[in-house]
Design a protein around this ligand. Structure first.
Ligand code: ZN
Length: 391
């Protein structure tokens, strides 16, 4: 594992479709030059794009970051499995739980990062989703009401210390009276405050944005089944230009027209997240989970409660599926959809990988082929190291 050595990759640039030669040195893209090739030679090349950046992953392949305690080895396993899917940066997401359980979870993630520099580069931050969210049914989604509470700065600092200062995103609802001051303190400390699982009024959302909130967590999900026509918190978050919108584009969580409208309104601030749960990456079937009880993953990739198939039990698809969904429905070009899942979330979080496939950017790359709208990952590079190669 020597990422100082020089490597060269020839592939088609994901945006232009033109062949390029990428020179990787010391973990960064040292130089990118264009190459002249005939059509046949071009067709033989894979496409190269920035590594995927997923700001919300609850678990994968049977490993659940919210089934506490989990082991350090299980996190390392997820990192490796995500490379196969083109994900080179992600935020393990810890949801509403007891103060002790949250502390234990973030401390476990910190230990992995401390012990493995490559893991620390893949885990770009912890996303704490809750417990300072709305207790209302609908808004709270699957979060356990028993642990939902108003924002508490001392408590947050305790978790932040246990995490080794790795909590980078906090999803909260600004409906709590003390929210504005809390959001200001989080923002000043470098934590991205994201609005989600909320029943906030438009005024409370406006105040949250004035206080520093800059993102909406899975906009359109974790919401009430019915809303007053207007004003309401959906319109307000759409209208707030400073708020990026995270979207679950698995084809089940949001109808295409919602995806289309949010993407039009938000432009480069529309972001794809997976919000994948532990069942993601497992074969179709019936499973028992600690949050939702018995759940069913259908052959079509939809995850619902066994008791009521109308109710989704989380997402069972990663960003790659979301990209495929957007392109197959004609909602985005491949390049735009890919950026929604890579450079755009990185830009919102100011991660260095926001530069994408440009000289001097980190060498986080995915090489892939397309079969119709399907994306077949061939190789993944993290910080200049080839971490996955398809058989
Ligand atoms: Zn959620």
């Amino acid at each position: 594992m020597d990422n100082r050595k020089r490597q060269q990759i020839q592939a088609l640039h994901y945006r232009t479709g033109e062949p390029i030669l990428i020179d990787i040195q010391r973990g960064v893209l040292a130089a990118i030059t264009s190459v002249q090739l005939d059509e046949e030679a071009k067709r033989a090349l894979p496409i190269v794009a920035p590594g995927l950046v997923d700001l919300q992953i609850n678990g994968f392949a049977g490993i659940d970051f919210n089934d506490i305690p989990f082991t350090e080895a299980s996190i390392s396993k997820v990192i490796e499995l995500l490379w196969r899917e083109g994900v080179t940066s992600f935020c393990p997401t810890i949801i509403t739980n007891s103060a002790e359980a949250i502390e234990q979870a973030v401390a476990t993630i910190d230990r992995v990062c401390q012990g493995d520099p490559l893991a620390a580069q893949c885990i770009v931050g912890i996303h704490l989703e809750g417990p300072f969210i709305s207790p209302e049914d609908g808004a709270k989604g699957a979060h356990d009401k028993a642990y939902i509470r108003p924002p508490d700065w001392e408590l947050f600092c305790r978790w932040q210390a246990a995490s080794g200062q790795r909590i980078r995103i906090l999803t909260l609802s600004p409906e709590w009276p003390c929210s504005a001051e809390f959001i200001s303190r989080c923002t000043a400390s470098g934590v991205m405050v994201s609005i989600g699982h909320t029943a906030a009024t438009t005024e409370q959302i406006q105040l949250a944005v004035e206080s520093g909130a800059r993102m909406s967590t899975h906009l359109g999900n974790g919401t009430h089944l019915t809303l007053p026509r207007h004003p309401n918190y959906m319109w307000e978050q759409l209208a707030q230009d400073q708020l990026a919108s995270c979207l679950i584009a698995d084809g089940f969580h949001l109808p295409d027209q919602v995806l289309k409208v949010v993407m039009k309104v938000k432009g480069p601030k529309a972001i794809l997240v997976s919000d994948a749960v532990a069942i993601c990456g497992l074969p179709a079937g019936t499973y028992t989970t600690h949050v939702g009880g018995e759940v069913v993953l259908t052959p079509e990739g939809r995850l619902h409660l066994a008791q009521n198939e109308q109710l989704l039990a989380g997402s069972a698809q990663l960003q790659r599926w979301g990209i495929e969904h957007l392109t197959s429905r004609g909602l985005a070009t491949l390049a735009d959809a890919w950026e929604m899942a890579s450079t755009r979330p990185a830009a919102c979080m100011d991660f260095p990988i926001k530069e994408g496939v440009e000289a001097h950017a980190p060498a986080d790359l995915v090489l892939f082929r397309r079969e119709a709208h399907r994306i077949i990952v061939e190789m993944t590079y993290k910080a200049g190291e080839c971490v996955y190669q398809r058989d």
